[in-house]
Design a binder for this molecule. Structure first.
Ligand SMILES: C[S@@+](CC[C@H](N)C(=O)[O-])C[C@H]1O[C@@H](n2cnc3c(N)ncnc32)[C@H](O)[C@@H]1O
Length: 284
């Protein structure tokens, strides 16, 4: 992460108010996100940032309201239930989820639908078993260990910004080969539109719109860094290869995928994600 971003007061203010609101849903008092933002502003280097973060008393204390609230947030209830609304009926489908993380979406989908088969891949193992879900560890960042032309639906959620821009192309080309003739891809990403109206006209969508494109990507980078690297201590790559919705649409068109629907969700009123979101439905 680029610590220079903190020199922009508009970015700091936006990130702080978003964290205050997001965490308040999990009963985390507002002084904690305020302390997190101020700690990062003072960090001299990226190496110091984690040390400074874990020196905040409420972060150091494993039993604090911060960690209790985070546990509730990570169980993903609000977030994934909301996202499920945008995924069509998956009964009798063979589903492939790429970059499944800890398997929260796989769990909910396999409970809700009578899936024919659910294969979930990631670079690292999921750490838990789920009935009717087959987890496969990818051998590398772009290849998917699944037979070609064999799946009905591919789900990619909150993952592609963790892949560098060149590898994104190879990964999606390979994913496309896994689809059968009528197959579909549902793509969720942490993104914003420069043209579309957001589905949810929330306070945060309005405030975010007042920022420049560079500031918007800066906010996304910081929020993602705090969540993935500082809080979750994840080793997921962070190449910051964010794109706007229009840039994603161009990216998919160049790979000869058809865009059936592209929706800018924005910042939902009932928070399910700490950032602006979009969804694109694709087919061959
Ligand atoms: C922010 S997490 C999202 C996890 C899950 N999709 C979700 O929404 O809960 C990003 C995930 O993408 C995975 N990932 C990163 N690069 C990947 C790649 N090239 N191929 C597959 N998974 C990848 C990471 O290991 C991590 O589990």
């Amino acid at each position: 992460m680029n610590l220079d971003l903190w020199e922009d007061a508009k970015i700091d203010k936006f990130v702080e108010s978003l964290l205050v609101r997001g965490y308040s849903n999990y009963n985390i008092p507002e002084e904690i996100p305020k302390k997190i933002v101020s700690s990062l502003q003072k960090s001299k280097s990226i190496k110091d940032a984690a040390k400074d973060f874990y020196s905040i008393p409420e972060i150091k204390n494993e039993n604090s309201s911060f960690w209790k609230g985070r546990k509730k947030y990570s169980s993903g209830k609000a977030r994934y239930h909301e996202e499920m609304k945008f995924i069509g009926n998956l009964n009798d489908k063979k589903v492939l989820e790429i970059g499944c993380g800890s398997g929260n979406l796989a769990y909910l989908i396999s409970k809700k639908y009578k899936i024919k088969k659910y294969i979930a891949t990631d670079l690292s193992p999921p750490g838990k078993e789920i009935d009717n879900v087959e987890f496969l560890k990818q051998g590398n960042k772009t290849e998917i260990p699944v037979e070609d032309s064999s799946v009905d639906s591919i789900l990619i959620m909150d993952m592609l910004h963790h892949v560098n821009k060149n590898q994104q192309r190879y990964l999606i080309k390979n994913a496309k080969n896994k689809l059968n003739e009528n197959g579909k891809i549902v793509f969720f990403e942490y993104t914003f539109s420069e043209e579309k109206e957001p589905l949810y006209r929330s306070y945060f969508t309005e405030k975010f719109n007042e920022l420049s494109k560079k500031q918007k990507f800066g906010c996304m980078e910081i929020i993602d860094y705090i969540g993935n690297i500082l809080v979750n201590k994840s080793e997921t790559p962070m190449p910051n290869s964010y794109r706007t919705m229009e840039e994603w649409e161009d990216f998919f068109k160049k790979l000869e995928l058809k865009i059936n629907n592209s929706e800018y969700i924005g910042f939902p009123k009932r928070l399910f994600h700490q950032g602006p979101y979009g969804i694109i439905n694709l087919s061959l």
